[in-house]
Design a protein around this ligand. Structure first.
Ligand SMILES: Cc1cc2nc3c(=O)[nH]c(=O)nc-3n(C[C@H](O)[C@H](O)[C@H](O)COP(=O)(O)OP(=O)(O)OC[C@H]3O[C@@H](n4cnc5c(N)ncnc54)[C@H](O)[C@@H]3O)c2cc1C
Length: 259
């Protein structure tokens, strides 16, 4: 089977992300693979280990933004592709979905496209459903487990995580999935994997090579703001015993009408 796994580069979650002059900035912090996408890569690798086949890591981003696909290669993906084009500057979520869907079609013969549940910078969580709509394939979001997969009959049964519990869904393939943490902890790249990834030449596809016109953004972010600052005071409660401290705490909570 062939699985395309979509990975995005985001500022390191340890970076201090802030807003300057209406723009998001994160200093010198490196761009890394979106943490949710490591789960997507893990899921794709597990499925191909069980059922055979290849994992192709796909990303859309700046020309030098190969860290995410290289991380996927180091984890064990067989191939990596970056879509990059100056015409994609300022692209919105709908446009990103058109580009990724066209790239999936150019890769060809995919049985599944797997996404992380959301990006940690823009956080829309829209990409899997939008790509599924463009491809005309089933959209299976927030998948926590795959209970059955029959590549020859092109059928799968998955469990979705919902607020109410687990939902079991049967679907035909090819399908587009987004993956939650429950699928299993992502593996660390092996030493051999890191060497392979560092030497790999990642093909860079332009929009013209995808056979589409550069999508026009219909949504723009004219300004981004820091959240309003909150006044917070901290008080450490001391006392002669845990009971005394708890009593003082309870009195203060009641006085503040928290309870
Ligand atoms: C500084 C900045 C400025 C922006 N300006 C605008 C703007 O003006 N207008 C606007 O509409 N949007 C803007 N965006 C949002 C940007 O276009 C989104 O990153 C993009 O639309 C994808 O949405 P998302 O990140 O919320 O993805 P989600 O839907 O949250 O991501 C889900 C999954 O989709 C996959 N995925 C997402 N993006 C990619 C990608 N590029 N390549 C491969 N896989 C991917 C990953 O598997 C990810 O886990 C801006 C973002 C930033 C950081």
């Amino acid at each position: 089977m062939k699985i395309v796994v979509c990975v995005k580069q985001v500022p390191d979650s340890a970076a201090t992300v802030t807003v300057e002059n209406g723009q998001v900035v994160w200093g010198d912090a490196p761009l890394v693979i979106n943490p949710w996408d490591e789960y997507a890569v893990e899921a794709a690798l597990k499925l191909t280990e069980e059922h055979g086949g290849d994992v192709v890591a796909l990303s859309m981003g700046g020309e030098d933004e190969k860290e995410a696909v290289k991380h996927a290669l180091a984890m064990g993906s067989s191939e990596a592709i970056l879509v990059s084009d100056p015409a994609l500057k300022g692209i919105d979520a709908g446009g990103t979905a058109k580009v990724l869907a066209a790239a999936v079609q150019k890769i060809g013969d995919a049985d599944m496209v797997i996404f992380g549940r959301q990006s940690i910078d823009s956080d829309s969580g829209l990409m899997a459903s939008q790509v599924a709509r463009i491809l005309g394939w089933p959209s299976l979001t927030l998948v926590a487990a795959i209970d059955a997969l029959n590549v020859d009959d092109k059928q799968t049964r998955v469990e979705r995580n919902t607020e109410e519990g687990r939902q079991v869904i049967e679907s035909r393939l090819p399908a587009v999935l987004s993956i939650t943490k429950d699928f299993g902890e992502p593996r660390y790249p092996s030493f051999m994997g890191i060497r392979k990834a560092s030497r790999a030449e990642v093909p860079v596809w332009s929009v013209a090579e995808l056979g589409i016109a550069a999508p026009e953004a219909v949504i723009s972010w004219p300004e981004v703001m820091n959240p309003p600052t909150r006044e917070v005071t901290t008080e450490i409660i001391s006392g002669g015993s845990p009971q005394e401290i708890a009593e003082t705490l309870a009195e203060k909570i009641i006085a503040e009408k928290v309870l």
